[in-house]
Each structure stands twice: as structure tokens, then as C-alpha cells.
Unconditional design. Structure first.
Length: 294
């Protein structure tokens, strides 16, 4: 009995590697399905690259006209040397992102900058999320710090009306901030962008600025009206910068994805041909062995 079971165990041990090897080998059908799916993915990424290239050309053309508006609003804060009051630590961060992904680290870089600031003091900081991407990233840990969120961003080019509505919602919110920052991605080139910030101040901070007197005949009503306009201008400028950075980054990402799909198609094609050749060779050996046995 022991000898019979011992021979059976030996036979199973000899056949086990062959069965495992057969199960591990990819069949022609599995390779062809995988090859077809990768080719379809390459078509999608190439189409998305073409669409992003067209949108990027328009976004870059619009950005050149808007940069003067943003630079003019920034110079007012720099010339007047506006600073937040030391006894008011309340700050506001406005994250400029969009609702769409597949564009590299454009959205995560903005969220990472805000998370760094929240790690220092999350009690006196509130967030306004422009785009679902920033809201989805920041709401996981700092959901209580978000006071406003805007969506439907990125599908169409941003307009000044959108920025004005956002500025009005920020100013009419219940949160009274002393200073703040607009966190956005500044477009540098087709393959490069940089996460930067723009200052935002309250009316009290501007009124107490040391060099505000260089601007003649400014009363509180005029300063309040200008702050509303400057906030809308800075938001419009940052949204245009972010849109241009997003389209250029998506174009680069889709180009890299198309190249990676092409390399995978070449490898799968080579594997498919080798597997088909092995199947044909094995069938020929079986036919010849059968004919020789007869």
C-alpha cells in the first residue's frame, strides 16, 4: 500500500510543473483581447491630446490679454504695502482647480500647498474650493474648514462673470478674514508650470496700510468698491492661468500615455506572435508524432 501511494505521489510531483506552466501561459485569445483594449486606449489618449492642444492654444491666447489685469491688481497691494493686522489671525485660502482630471499633478500641487498651511494652524484657516478636484482632496481631512465650493469649472473657458460671482460669494460669506491667498498654477511653458499665490486682504487691512496716502481722494466706499473689483480681477487672472496650465499638462500627459500605449502594443504584438508560433509548432509536433506512431 505504501509503495502504491508513493508512486502516485511521485507521478503527481512530476506532472505538477507542467500543469502549473500551462495555467501560467497566456492564451492567444487573452493576448488578443488585451492588445485590442490597449489599441482602443491609445485612440482615446490621442483624441484627448488633440482636443487639449486646441483648447491650450485658445487658453494661451486668452492668458496674454488677462495678465495685465492680474499684474495691475497685484501692484496696488505692493505699492501701498498692505499687511494683515497682527491681532487678527483669520486667513482664507482659495484653491483654483477644476472638475476634470488626467492632467498630471496640477490639482494635487494646489491642494498640497494648502494642506501644508493647514498643518500649521487649522483653527484660523478657512478654504474656498474652486473645482471638484480640490474639494475631493481637501475634504478627506479638512472638510470642516471648507466654507464654499464651486463646480462646473474646466468644461468651458473661465469668464470674468464667473470670477465676479465667486468674488461676491466670498465677500458675502459669514467668515470674516483679515488676509488670504489665492493658490493657483502659473503657466510658464508647455511642459512647465509653478504653484504660486496671490494676496487677498480685507477692508480693515487696506484702510490701515501705511502708504495708502499716495492714492489721493480715497474714502472707505471707494476702497470697498475697488477691493471687490480687484478680488474678481485676481480670481479671473488665476483661473485663466490655471486653465492654461491644466490644458498644457493634460496635453503632455496624453502624449506620454499614447507613447506608453504604443510601447505596450509592440510588446503584446511580439508576445502574440511568439505564442502563435509556439502553438503552431506544438500542433505540428503532435501531428508528426501521431503519424509516426501509425
Amino acid at each position: 500500500m505504501l509503495g502504491r501511494f508513493g508512486s502516485a505521489i511521485t507521478a503527481v510531483a512530476q506532472n505538477a510543473p507542467m500543469q502549473q506552466q500551462q495555467r501560467g501561459m497566456a492564451t492567444l485569445k487573452a493576448i488578443s483581447i488585451r492588445l485590442k483594449s490597449v489599441k482602443n486606449i491609445q485612440k482615446i489618449t490621442q483624441s484627448m491630446k488633440m482636443v487639449s492642444a486646441a483648447k491650450y492654444a485658445r487658453a494661451e491666447r486668452d492668458l496674454k490679454q488677462v495678465r495685465s489685469i492680474g499684474n495691475g491688481a497685484k501692484q496696488f497691494y505692493e505699492q501701498a504695502e498692505i499687511a494683515p493686522p497682527p491681532d487678527a489671525p483669520q486667513k482664507l485660502f482659495i484653491a483654483i482647480t477644476s472638475d476634470r482630471g488626467l492632467c498630471g499633478a496640477v490639482h494635487t500641487s494646489v491642494a498640497r500647498h494648502i494642506r501644508t498651511e493647514l498643518g500649521k494652524d487649522d483653527k484660523n484657516i478657512r478654504i474656498v474650493c474652486v473645482g471638484d478636484k480640490s474639494r475631493a482632496i481637501l475634504s478627506r481631512i479638512y472638510g470642516n474648514n471648507i466654507i464654499l465650493s464651486a463646480n462646473e469649472i474646466g468644461r468651458l473657458p473661465p469668464t470674468f462673470i464667473d470670477a465676479a460671482k465667486l468674488a461676491d460669494a466670498v465677500l458675502k460669506s459669514d467668515y470674516k478674514f483679515a488676509s488670504g491667498e489665492i493658490v493657483y498654477n502659473r503657466f510658464k511653458s508647455v511642459v512647465s508650470y509653478e504653484t504660486q499665490t496671490l494676496p487677498v486682504y480685507s477692508l480693515e487691512s487696506v484702510v490701515t496700510a501705511p502708504k495708502l496716502s499716495i492714492y489721493d481722494s480715497l474714502d472707505d466706499e471707494v476702497i470697498k468698491s475697488y477691493l471687490e473689483f480687484s478680488l474678481a480681477s485676481l480670481l479671473f487672472y488665476s483661473m485663466k492661468e490655471g486653465a492654461c496650465s491644466e490644458q498644457s499638462s493634460r496635453m503632455t500627459s496624453m502624449d506620454n500615455a499614447s507613447k506608453n500605449a504604443g510601447e505596450m502594443i509592440d510588446k503584446l504584438t511580439l508576445t502574440f506572435n511568439r505564442t502563435r508560433q509556439a502553438v503552431i509548432t506544438r500542433e505540428l509536433i503532435e501531428i508528426i508524432s501521431g503519424a509516426s506512431a501509425l
